[in-house]
Design a protein around this ligand. Structure first.
Ligand code: BTN
Length: 255
């Protein structure tokens, strides 16, 4: 943490070699009282977790696999905003560290072109309607080469190294992320969601695109037009009606 110059984000680091997943380790640490900003890192995950029960391919040494513990004093319905804030911070880190043109795909995948380079998995611990802590899992395909991806990922995933042709300095990347995240987070806690919303929209892959939305409760098609003030995606269907989309698997169609 030398030279990190943040107040809390990344000031405590628990670095592991091989783990199943950094997520449960971060939950255990948080339950034992780990400070806000604690980062759990691993070189390799044998059971990396993705969203919607998926697996996250986390081979040794090439990625940034980390879980961040935060304890925001915000009401429960605002917690999804923390995920959007994280996506904005990762996007900014990638842009500044590599110069690559990154985009955020709803709700929180980071894309370069049409391929995913980073995923974010936020897990909440709350008692009744009080937020205890959040574990924000971030997986960045940093230095993987094409051969590192299994067949089924080759078409949909990429890495910073593949895209830029250069090796990413992972420690430096993580430190930069911590600075950006802390800055965004402090601003958010004091001033609210507006700046994150503007940055998310400015970097969005999704806004303006035609999308198919499929959740347990809704199935709709329309154009993604904006985030609302709470961070919910607004989709306008062919008849002009506007629908709010919370967190779903959104599929895309050209045009
Ligand atoms: C997704 O896009 O589905 C989310 C992927 C999140 C992956 C990260 S890697 C670090 C942390 N530990 C995990 O097991 N998952 C998250």
């Amino acid at each position: 943490t030398a030279g990190l110059n943040t107040q809390r984000i990344g000031q405590q680091v628990m670095a592991h070699d091989e783990v199943q997943s950094t997520q449960p380790l971060a939950h255990e640490a948080a339950a034992r009282g780990a400070e806000e900003g604690t980062l759990v890192l691993a070189e390799q995950q044998t059971g990396g977790k993705g969203r919607l029960g998926r697996q996250w391919h986390s081979p040794k040494g090439t990625g940034i696999w980390m879980s961040l513990i935060i304890r925001p004093a915000i009401p429960l319905p605002k917690t999804p905003q923390m995920t959007l804030l994280t996506a904005v911070s990762v996007a900014r880190t990638i842009r500044e560290e590599t110069g690559l043109p990154v985009k955020i795909k709803w709700p929180n995948d980071i894309f370069i072109g049409d391929k995913k380079v980073c995923g974010i998995l936020t897990e909440l611990n709350a008692e009744s309607d009080r937020v205890n802590y959040l574990v924000i899992g971030i997986g960045v395909n940093a230095n993987s080469v094409a051969e590192d991806f299994p067949q089924e990922l080759a078409e949909i995933a990429t890495s910073l190294r593949i895209e830029s042709g250069e090796q990413v300095k992972r420690v430096r990347f993580i430190q930069q992320f911590c600075r950006f995240f802390e800055e965004e987070y402090d601003y958010f806690l004091q001033n609210g969601f507006e700046r994150v919303k503007a940055e998310w929209e400015a970097n969005s892959y999704t806004i303006g695109r035609w999308v198919n939305v499929q959740t347990i409760s809704q199935k709709l098609e329309g154009r993604a037009i904006a985030l609302d003030d709470e961070g919910v995606l607004m989709v306008q269907d062919q008849a002009g009606a506007i629908h709010k989309v919370y967190s779903a698997d959104v599929n895309y169609r050209a045009n």
